[in-house]
Design a protein around this ligand. Sequence first.
Ligand code: ROI
Length: 158
Amino acid sequence: MESYIGLGSNLGDPETQLTSALAALNGIPDTDLVRCSSFYRSKPLGPGDQPDFINAVVLLDSGLTANALLARLQSIENRQGRVRGGIQWGPRTLDLDMLLYGAEVIDEPGLIVPHPEMRHRNFVLIPLLELAPDIEIPGLGRADKFLADTGRAGITKL
Ligand code: ROI
């Protein structure tokens, strides 16, 4: 299945975090890293007294189920020093969000796809649209129409 994953970091040298994450994603069994967007610097959504984020989106082609892939993403986050249970919307070394899993709509405890916040976040939409300009968010329509609502403020390509 083709799955789009959002990457974000604002602690511990964010560019290095994302580069390490790419290598780890490429090492997931039965999974190919097909393409990666540019890296973007973005203003934090949430408390403003935290560093800017580096964000990117990758396209994976995986034979894993959505739940098996999610478990792999969480183990990569944990290996890269992610501490859970910090302040809400606070800084983090690495966030890997499953944005889309094919055209599937999944609503289970711990896994909601499409990612419920993606439509509101230009730091997700801009790198996603760089990879897939015509992509649809299942159930919601074209992603580019949501970017028209969020606007392009606060984000620059590295
Ligand atoms: N803000 C930005 N700009 N980028 C993120 O990846 C990001 N991730 C988060 C919160 C803390 C909500 N803010 C963010 O989890």
